[in-house]
Design a protein around this ligand. Structure first.
Ligand SMILES: [Zn+2]
Length: 78
């Protein structure tokens, strides 16, 4: 009977990105709730909303970019 070598099994904290659903494994991403590229987009969206109050045309241009979701990229553990 074969037994799985337990030393090769790891449990790491992970969560899903609140924006794209990608798996997050870095401590920072877990804390933020977003992957690094989604965090940037979320911040960009917040800023765009603020700017939209003053300048509608800018929001329109930014909105096109923000509709794209980020590609899932494996995060470097740092
Ligand atoms: Zn994401």
């Amino acid at each position: 009977m074969n037994k799985q070598p337990e030393s090769e099994i790891f449990t790491i904290p992970a969560r899903r990105c609140k924006r794209c659903g990608g798996l997050l494994t870095s401590a920072k991403a877990i804390k933020d709730g977003y992957g690094s590229c989604c965090l940037r987009k979320v911040q960009q969206e917040r800023r765009a909303k603020e700017e939209a109050k003053n300048q509608y045309s800018l929001f329109d241009r930014e909105g096109t970019t923000l509709l794209r979701t980020c590609l899932f990229l494996p995060e470097s553990a740092d």
